[in-house]
Ligand binder design. Structure first.
Ligand code: PLP
Length: 478
């Protein structure tokens, strides 16, 4: 038996979802920031026999909320400082719900006219906020992974077409060679885009950095070593480890001296710095590139699924993505399907539109500045604690610290213990990683709701964890 279309049942399910959602959001600053329940327990709760018949929506919603309890990550909390994730602003969450209720297929204008227009408006706003060329084409993607893929596909098309080869039609067998140059600390999603596009990860060459920024001499050398290959140079506007920005004013002109060279900028979070009067200098000259990517689900604080790609060469972008099918033609309207790699898809520009309205240019700048202040204060505060060392000083919203083992035995293991103990403490959430062979803790923030009180509570928790672990490490083992 199928569930019947019944507005009272819909209302009941949505109202329950609202109750559960509000409970989750209201508790974000009280509960431990990280999950407290592991995968085995979550599997025990969520794995059921495949349902042979229907279940009513209220039961499903209630049981879902009950079963995930303790297993959700509190990236919407004010004391979350890990990966590069924040939480969505209320308008984005609400607009995302509307997008689900409207259930529009945002692939083409004919199936979702209002959403197609929202996408046009949101895209133009994004170009304006980020001060990218107003005539650039754009697409909304799942995230920066697919934004990279879209931009690199456009680059591949332009560079190979210029050599008389149409990659969309002919594929890559026998095509002119194409390589990608990416900074030493370039994000792995660049390599993955090359993998998807048939460029091949072997053809992604790393360029050395100095102080976290691409070294111009190393780039010049790598461009020379490329011989006659067509080249895509991927620059960083905020790398995930140190938040460093490449020197666009120096590097882009260097690329422009060479034919067959496309400049792409990974600004997954860092491109948002453009709206901040205090930090925008890091992005000087970035508008001279050929393509740019950024995530709404980072500093704009939309719900996830809000990647954005902008491309100077509209023809290359459209040619690389366009979908030809007689049944989708809409007499010249801008069909989203022509600008991203998907076909049917959700109306992901709706929360972007809402978040931009909710924050406005000044609100986004405020979030950027507040996060940068928070990370600077946390990193300097941690750095002053006994045994702590700042490995990567903060320029915007990323920093790295490590903790020296008081027993002098193993600093890496001790750093990992500190990260695990902080996660278990639950006041705040950080992650660790290996940086040039040493274990470090990353400190990062993009969330809209991190306050100075959150920062001080975090430092107090870190001080107490460090002093406890320090005492344990210094104590002679029993
Ligand atoms: C610099 C950088 N590039 C690319 C990505 C990948 O973005 P997404 O996870 O939206 O695909 C990230 C993710 O944090 C990032 O920080």
């Amino acid at each position: 038996m199928l569930p019947e279309a019944d507005t009272s049942a819909e209302r009941a399910a949505l109202e329950r979802a609202l109750d559960h959602a509000l409970r989750w959001l209201d508790g974000r600053d009280e509960r431990p920031v990280g999950p407290t329940v592991g995968a085995p327990e979550l599997r025990r709760r969520l794995r059921r026999a495949l349902p042979e018949g229907p279940t009513d929506a209220v039961t499903i919603v209630d049981e879902l909320a009950r079963d995930v309890d303790g297993g959700l990550m509190g990236n919407n909390a004010g004391r979350f400082f890990a990966w590069v994730m924040g939480g969505a602003v209320p308008a984005a969450i609400a607009a995302d719900w509307l997008a689900s209720a409207w259930d529009q297929n945002a692939g083409i204008t004919a199936t979702a006219p209002a959403v197609a227009v929202i996408e046009e408006v949101a895209g133009a706003w994004m170009l304006d906020l980020l001060e990218l060329p107003g005539e650039a084409s754009f697409g909304f993607t799942t995230g920066c992974q697919m934004a990279h893929l879209t931009a690199l596909a456009a680059a591949r098309r332009r560079l190979l077409l210029d050599r008389g080869w149409d990659p969309e039609r002919r594929g890559l067998r026998g095509s002119p060679p194409l390589r990608v140059l990416s900074g030493e600390h370039g994000h792995e999603t660049v390599d993955r885009a090359a993998q998807f596009l048939g460029i091949g990860t072997e053809n992604v060459h790393r360029v050395a950095t100095a102080g976290g920024r691409m070294n111009p001499d190393s780039l010049a050398e790598a461009l020379g070593a490329a011989g006659d290959d067509a080249v895509v140079v991927c620059l960083s506007a905020g790398d995930i480890h140190g938040g460093r920005f490449d020197d666009f004013r120096t590097l882009i002109p260097l690329c422009r001296r060479r034919p067959s060279t496309w400049v792409h900028v990974d600004g997954a979070f860092g491109l948002w710095v453009r709206v901040s009067d205090r930090h925008r200098g890091h992005l000087d000259g970035v508008e001279e590139a050929d393509s740019w990517i950024v995530d709404g689900h980072k500093w704009l604080n939309t719900t996830f699924d809000a990647g954005f790609v902008a491309v100077r060469d509209r023809d290359a972008h459209r040619g690389a993505m366009t979908a030809e099918a007689p049944y989708i033609s809409d007499g010249g309207a801008r069909d989203p399907v022509d600008w991203n790699p998907e076909w049917s898809r959700r109306a992901r520009a709706v929360p972007v539109y809402a978040a931009i309205r909710a924050l406005g240019r000044s609100g986004i700048a405020g979030v950027v500045d507040r996060c940068c202040d928070a990370v600077a204060r946390i990193v300097s505060g941690l750095g002053e604690m006994p045994g702590a060392e700042v490995v990567m000083p903060v320029t915007t919203n990323q920093g790295l610290v490590r903790f020296l083992d008081p027993s002098g035995e193993d600093d890496d293991a001790f750093t990992e213990r500190v990260v695990a103990a902080l996660q278990a403490d639950g006041t705040a959430f950080f992650t660790g990683m290996s940086w040039h062979g040493v274990s470090v803790m990353r400190v990062t923030a993009v969330g809209w709701n991190t306050t100075p009180d959150d920062v001080e509570a975090t430092l107090a928790a870190a001080a107490s964890v460090l002093s406890r672990l320090g005492r344990e490490a210094a104590a002679p083992s029993a």
